[in-house]
Design a protein around this ligand. Structure first.
Ligand code: PEP
Ligand code: MG
Length: 585
């Protein structure tokens, strides 16, 4: 048995078989096959070459139209190389004779050819060597990328182990067949972690090299509470985890009994607990868990699942479905939060060097007006069916929010001119998730009717810690006095102007922070649906007076360690002994 430690990102224990998801950037598998497997591997090689040729011909044709015949020749040359039998035959021969997987044979052969060119020395040959390596990537992408589509067609439940998962891979999975995740890379608020929590799949990320320590079909345990991954467990360990698994599910079942109860402190202050969703079909889970509506609908997942720019009708149907599920309860639709790790980098010809500080979120929308206006039209049209608020992500300057509001007004006017029905009472709000917005909350408060504090990004930008980087995950914490200071500032500014304020980052679903957030003055939290019962249990067992005392005390600390220790102690006092571990951070 091997034990691998990572970052626990989605709670629960799961036991199952490994499905290893390959990706071209990953290590090429050096695996042998049996003689029976030769034909399959040869077929895989042919298919990967054929697909790479189709890609290149498409590129050649587009280049010809856009830049002319001369620059398009490079792709002609690449197609020629891939069609050349002298490249393919040695690959096929090695598979037959050495019984090795297609990826290994392809990678080795391309490298050998590239090395031959490189050894000739002249500049022109160095370029040819680079061309060969580029082709190697293309063919390998098809060979290894096929596991992504195999993933969508899974017909038995598995645990995914991968080097890294992109938000679109996660969003595109056949969720009913995925028991859990373990990845080498990632942090607590990477979007893949958020999706795992949203769909209630136990997950551990940032496990260093777990993907290299497993083979397809290995038995594996994922403990999403402690961040432990156990590969090929012994019978004794399996038994222990089965017992723990049933204790966790009993505890969760007991919490669900409180679904009909109000989220009210023991001194009678009501707290609104809403759900964060990525897909409208998560709304039944919000309601089953006792959520009072949706405080954050991450609409960019519409892009991630479809893989193309959604039409106005795609948007409209998704929003109307959400409204129908909610039956009059509130719905906050956040406009497309694309960029950074979501969608655009995967599609971009030239990925940004620093995408989290690049053209993401509202910046991306303001530079891609057609897609943005299409979405705004659909939101306004859907708003005739129920209460809808619109929220803009990652606003960092007052000009951005003004521009976004102006576009919304333009779109409303266009719909009126076209005689298309639209909602007339759509409140406009913004995410406060950049320090500049938190610091200038007072100025922003005269522009919007609500703020939603996005701690996932606020922590990353305040502390200069990439939210998805496992190497600095120990520095990423909501217990940072600087972050708490900014949250306080936002709440104060909102109160002055009577602007509603809520918090929708992942800390809203972390028991450790509930008392602090209530004590700071928040009365609306939007969180991952399956955490609503736990947070409600805490709300119901505290008084606001106690929470305010906690917040005041936290305000006296100058290190996150002190804050964490204190919050843990306070939570322990009211923790009735949950097996899932309320005190995890
Ligand atoms: C946040 O940043 O806190 C947030 C809720 O948005 P996302 O996690 O989608 O970036
Ligand atoms: Mg954010």
């Amino acid at each position: 048995m091997e034990v691998v430690r990572g970052i626990p990102v989605s709670s629960g224990i799961v036991i199952g078989r490994v499905f290893r998801l390959g990706k071209a950037e990953q290590r090429v598998p050096h695996t042998n096959i049996t003689a029976d497997g030769v034909e399959t591997e040869l077929e895989r090689v042919h298919e990967a070459f054929d697909r790479a040729i189709v890609d290149l011909e498409g590129l050649r044709d587009r280049t010809k139209v856009q830049l002319g015949a001369e620059p398009a020749k490079i792709f002609e040359f690449h197609v020629g190389l891939l069609r050349d039998p002298s490249l393919r035959h040695p690959i096929e021969a090695r598979i037959r004779e050495e019984l090795i997987v297609a990826e290994w044979a392809v990678a080795d052969q391309f490298k050998a050819v590239a090395d031959q060119f490189a050894s000739l020395g002249a500049e022109v040959f160095a370029q040819k060597s680079a061309d060969i390596l580029d082709l190697d990537r293309r063919v390998l992408d098809h060979l290894m990328g096929e596991s992504t589509s195999r993933l969508a067609r899974l017909d038995e439940p598995v645990i995914i182990v991968a080097h890294e998962l992109t938000p679109s891979q996660t969003a595109g999975m056949n969720r009913s067949q995925i028991l859990g995740f373990a990845t080498d890379l990632g942090g607590r608020t990477s979007h893949v972690s958020i999706v795992a929590r949203a769909v209630d799949i136990p997950a551990v990320v940032g496990c260093q090299h777990v993907s290299q320590r497993v083979e397809n079909g290995d038995q594996i345990i994922i403990d999403g509470d402690s961040g432990t991954v156990l590969v090929r467990p012994t019978e004794e360990i399996l038994e222990e985890y089965r017992t723990r698994q049933s204790a966790v599910s009993d505890y969760r079942a007991s919490l669900r009994k409180s679904v009909g109860l109000k989220a009210e402190t023991s001194d009678g202050v009501e707290v609104s607990l809403l759900g964060n969703i990525e897909f409208p079909d998560e709304i039944p889970a919000v309601l089953e868990n006792g959520g009072g509506g949706v405080g954050l609908y991450r609409t960019e997942f519409l892009y991630l699942t479809s893989g193309h720019e959604p039409t106005e009708e795609d948007h409209f149907l998704a929003y109307r479905t959400a409204i129908e599920h909610l039956e009059g309860r509130p719905l906050v639709i956040r406009t497309q939060d694309l960029g950074a790790d979501k969608y655009t980098q995967e599609q971009a010809e030239e990925p940004e060097r620093n995408p989290f500080l690049g053209c993401r979120s509202i910046r991306y929308s303001l530079q891609n007006l057609d897609g943005f206006k299409t979405q705004l039209r659909a939101i306004l049209r859907a708003a005739t069916a129920g209460p809808v608020k619109v929220m803009f992500p990652l606003v960092s300057t007052v000009m951005e929010i003004r521009q976004a509001k102006m576009l919304l007004a333009d779109v409303a006017e266009e719909l009126d001119e076209e005689g298309i029905e639209r909602g007339h009472e759509v409140e406009v709000g913004m995410m406060v998730e950049v320090p500049s917005a938190a610091l200038m909350a007072r100025a922003f408060s005269s522009e919007v009717s609500f703020f939603s504090i996005g701690t996932n990004d606020l922590i990353q930008y305040t502390l200069a810690v990439d939210r998805g980087n496992e190497r600095v995950a120990n520095l990423y914490t909501g217990a940072s006095p600087a972050v708490i200071q900014l949250i306080k500032n936002v709440i104060r500014a909102a109160r002055r102007r009577d602007v509603d304020v809520s918090l929708c980052g992942e800390v809203a679903g972390e028991p450790l922070y509930t008392m602090l957030l209530l004590g700071l003055g928040l009365r609306t939290l939007s969180l991952v649906p399956n955490q609503i019962p736990v947070i409600k249990a805490i709300v119901r067992s505290v008084t606001i007076e106690h929470c305010e005392r906690v917040a005041r005390k936290v305000g006296t600390f100058d290190s996150e360690r002190q804050v964490l220790n204190y919050l843990r102690d306070e939570l322990r006092k009211i923790d009735p002994g949950s097996p899932g571990g309320w005190t995890a951070d």
